[in-house]
Ligand binder design. Structure first.
Ligand code: URA
Length: 226
């Protein structure tokens, strides 16, 4: 699990009873320029670590890894589940039909894809788009943790059950996790959960709830700005 330490468990319990944690954000190690996000980060090294990763069996079936895309100083980081067929082919997250809906959802809060950073829990496509296995999530977690450390987003939007449960270390359904602001990791980054766009394509009636989630996120941290 991405959030499998004691802090995550404590936060998960506090989150469960509706208490959000606020903590002073400290500059990430290695950051120059008054701790500006992305400063001093070895992006080439992060990319190479993902590109060359053989930590789980998915490396054998992938066409290519899908690192993530967007602004290295994004205020919002969008985290999905895993690449699908189109993402595996193009090497970019959320470019298939679900991705097009995600792009529209972001547009609805005034954001272009280039203003956020979009990544997935897994960097390789699971065969036949099956659910990621816990061991795969664990093996891939160092890459996502490194990305979050590098970008230091002010808000994380977790899209879908796998992302939400992995990031929060909880096993509740999305319907129980959405609608409030959680806290992610030692940085206590505010985290909002919403439905996966692939689910919304199958259940368009739920789109209104997703819009509520985006408004919650926008009210928590303005998606663009200095
Ligand atoms: N679904 C995801 O969760 N991520 C992608 O990149 C594409 C579809």
């Amino acid at each position: 699990m991405v959030a499998s330490n004691g802090l995550a468990r404590r936060n998960a319990i506090l989150g469960e009873i509706g208490i959000m944690q606020w903590r002073l954000r400290t500059p990430a190690a290695g950051c120059g320029e008054a701790g500006a996000a992305g400063a001093g980060v070895d992006w080439d090294g992060l990319r190479a670590a993902v590109r060359d990763c053989t930590s789980c069996a998915l490396h054998r079936s992938r066409t290519q890894t899908v690192f993530g895309v967007g602004s290295r100083s994004a205020r919002w980081m969008i985290i999905g589940e895993a690449p699908g067929a189109e993402e595996d082919r193009q090497g970019e997250p959320f470019v298939g039909p679900a991705g097009q809906l995600l792009t529209e959802m972001l547009r609805a809060v005034g954001l272009g894809r280039e203003q956020v950073f979009i990544a997935n829990i897994l960097k390789c496509r699971p065969p036949d788009n099956r659910d990621p296995q816990p061991a795969e999530i664990e093996a891939c977690s160092r890459h996502l943790a490194a990305q979050v450390d590098a970008i230091r987003p002010r808000l994380i939007l977790a899209v879908g059950r796998i992302a939400a449960q992995s990031l929060l270390g909880q096993d509740l359904p999305v319907g129980r996790l959405r609608g409030r602001v959680h806290s992610y990791g030692a940085s206590a980054t505010p985290l909002v959960v919403t439905y996966h766009p692939a689910y919304l394509l199958r259940s368009p009636a739920e789109k209104r709830k997703s819009w509520d989630d985006l408004r919650l996120a926008r009210g928590t941290v303005a998606p663009a700005g200095p």
